[in-house]
Design a protein around this ligand. Structure first.
Ligand SMILES: [Zn+2]
Ligand SMILES: [Zn+2]
Length: 136
């Protein structure tokens, strides 16, 4: 049998890990838990968001207090998905990044009108359509 020792690379921001240093460097630079992330999807959409500023804004938007007097983030049923999408110039990945970093989705049973998968797939449809029109 073979026994091989390998280095494992862990993302500094989330729980992701992998055996490829290059992949992890690439992942970290756009990890949704990284406040200084470079958004590749914004690149495609040709928009730009100031994530640290947006996170600050959403942090102040509506902090609520729990029964235990701890300040919690905005529960999912309070945050306004449409408003969030407007703030991020329509980039669902930036929106998701804000949701994750501020734990806006900490109450999974409470639904907001933000549907990441749906937004992404409809955006991809638009992008592909545009590409097709461009090519032909
Ligand atoms: Zn990560
Ligand atoms: Zn983005």
């Amino acid at each position: 049998m073979k026994e091989i020792l390998k280095k494992v690379y862990y993302c500094e921001f989330c729980k992701k890990k992998g055996l490829s240093k290059g992949h992890m460097i690439r992942h970290e630079s756009s990890c949704t838990m990284n406040i200084n992330r470079i958004c590749r999807f914004c690149g495609i959409l040709e928009s730009k968001n100031d994530l640290p500023e947006l996170i600050n804004k959403w942090k102040e938007e509506k902090p609520i207090k729990s029964n235990y007097d701890q300040v919690l983030s905005i529960p999912a049923n309070i945050y306004d998905g449409k408003k969030l999408m407007e703030d991020v110039c329509g980039c669902p990945v930036c929106a998701l990044s804000i949701i994750r970093q501020l734990k806006l989705d900490m109450f999974p049973n409470q639904v907001s009108d933000f549907d990441f998968k749906k937004l992404m797939s409809s955006l991809w449809d638009d992008i592909n359509e545009e590409k097709c029109q461009y090519e032909y």
